[in-house]
Write a protein that binds this ligand. Structure first.
Ligand SMILES: [Zn+2]
Length: 453
């Protein structure tokens, strides 16, 4: 058969197998592991982006050609001015900084059976049982009535205690075993153990009282301050390399911090070019992109309007956006080695074969989907072919097996060309997600090529 006629995916490990590239890949992966270890909430991720971008000379001064505009510490837009007029469109990559986790309830603290506990309310699509019987950390922000804000990070340092959600012993789990997973693990039992030692003062709920005293001593806040807090329970500990060959990266929050990191690396690595380059990071994607900091908000319009007024007052937002090319940088679900039956193997992606295009998302008969034009896909694959960058075209799973959405549809309404394009993640939405070092490397190459197009 004529080889040119059939399509074969390109294995990143072969493509980037030279000693120099393997070294570059290792360096990048090492930085990524540190990034994952440090950034576990949307605020921490945006803070990291702000610090890094300032080191690259980005500022909130729009007069400069390198701008970083944060919003409420949870969303951020970075722009680097291009040579062409804005009306010729942007090269925009967008990703999300929020991740499934457990939020503390407003009245979290209670005590049962000599154990101090905090009640939680889960955020995003997670499998509840994955959060039991494992070390957890507390991250977040407490706003005090005097206007000051306290940052909390407990359980990450080796010297610090961690928190945990208790699980039922197998000996007494007969009834639980007969339940469906949905019924066996209920949200109201996702309570985090936070104490055991009684307070010396007081008569009732002395463990609870002691936890309050410790919180006050450590952070200076009282129970009422928990009403004005955003405290998240996240898996404790560092991201790690996985496998004897260290080819995989394991860690919490890779959906979508894998794309945040890859896009940020590409953005900062790319020189100014023809089109204005934008990196846009959203919060709230995991719960539908609503609210002031989600992709359905006006943040992007307002930020770009501010930039246009300074750079090119005559430009029209509808032209700038309508003529833009965009990437919705979100992770994909590659073939799971143990659950291959949920995928259509002819339309599934593989870990290690590069970032994956999802021409559309949604579920069932493409409900809720934003679908990229054939012309845009053709443009994109020509771009990637130029540098022989590995990439894949896939659907997330079998039709009617489930589905998912991204921020692509929220931006597609402006008429820009946009497609989902990001690397695969196994154990997605779990406390320990797994990605490929080679896919990360290929994704940075791909996003860089896009910014320079
Ligand atoms: Zn995602």
């Amino acid at each position: 058969m004529d080889e040119a006629l059939d399509h074969k995916g390109r294995n990143c490990w072969d493509r980037y197998g030279s000693e120099t590239e393997m070294q570059a890949m290792d360096g990048l992966a090492g930085e990524y592991v540190d990034f994952l270890t440090r950034c576990k909430t949307e605020r921490e991720t945006v803070q990291w982006v702000l610090e890094q971008s300032r080191a690259f000379g980005f500022s909130e001064d729009i007069q400069q050609g390198a701008v970083v505009l944060p919003f409420r510490g949870k969303a951020v837009l970075l722009a680097r001015r291009g040579e062409n007029p804005l009306a010729e469109g942007l090269r925009l990559i967008t990703a999300h900084v929020d991740t499934p986790h457990l939020d503390l309830k407003q009245h979290p603290l209670h005590e049962e059976c000599q154990v101090g506990l905090m009640k939680t309310h889960y955020y995003g699509g997670l499998k509840k049982y994955q959060w039991l019987a494992r070390p957890l950390a507390l991250h977040g922000t407490v706003a005090l009535a005097d206007g000051s804000v306290v940052s909390v990070c407990l359980g990450e340092d080796d010297e610090e205690p961690v928190l945990t959600v208790l699980d039922l012993l197998p000996h007494l789990s007969r009834k639980q075993r007969e339940e469906t997973v949905e019924k066996a693990f209920v949200a109201e039992k996702l309570n985090v153990a936070v104490g055991h030692v009684p307070s010396l003062g007081g008569k009732e709920s002395r463990v609870r009282q002691n936890v309050l005293e410790l919180l006050h001593a450590r952070y200076g806040f009282r129970e009422e301050d928990l009403f004005s807090a955003e405290l998240q329970i996240v898996p404790a500990g560092k991201a790690r390399f996985v496998g004897l060959d260290r080819g995989l990266v394991g860690g919490y929050g890779q959906d979508d911090r894998l794309c945040v990191f890859a896009a940020f690396k590409a953005f900062m690595g790319a020189p100014a070019s023809a089109h204005t380059q934008v990196l846009l990071l959203w919060d709230k994607e995991e719960i539908g992109s609503d609210g002031a900091t989600g992709a359905k908000s006006r943040f992007m319009e307002y930020a770009l309007t501010d930039i246009m007024e300074v750079w090119e007052p005559a430009a029209r937002l509808r032209h700038v956006l309508g003529r833009s090319k965009a990437v919705s940088a979100d992770v994909h679900a590659p073939m799971d080695p143990d659950y291959q039956d949920v995928h259509d193997k002819y339309n599934a992606s593989l870990l290690g074969f590069g970032p994956v295009f999802s021409k559309f998302t949604g579920h069932g008969g493409k409900y809720g989907a934003s679908e990229a034009d054939a012309e845009y896909v053709a443009w994109f694959r020509a771009l990637l072919a130029r540098d022989a960058i590995p990439w894949q075209m896939a659907e997330m799973g079998k039709v009617d097996e489930g589905g998912g959405g991204t921020v692509a549809k929220e931006l597609a309404v402006y008429g820009m060309e946009i497609i989902d394009f990001g690397p695969g993640v196994l154990s997605m939405h779990s406390p320990f997600e797994v990605s490929s070092k080679a896919d990360l490397y290929a994704t940075v190459q791909a996003y860089t090529a896009f910014y320079l197009s």
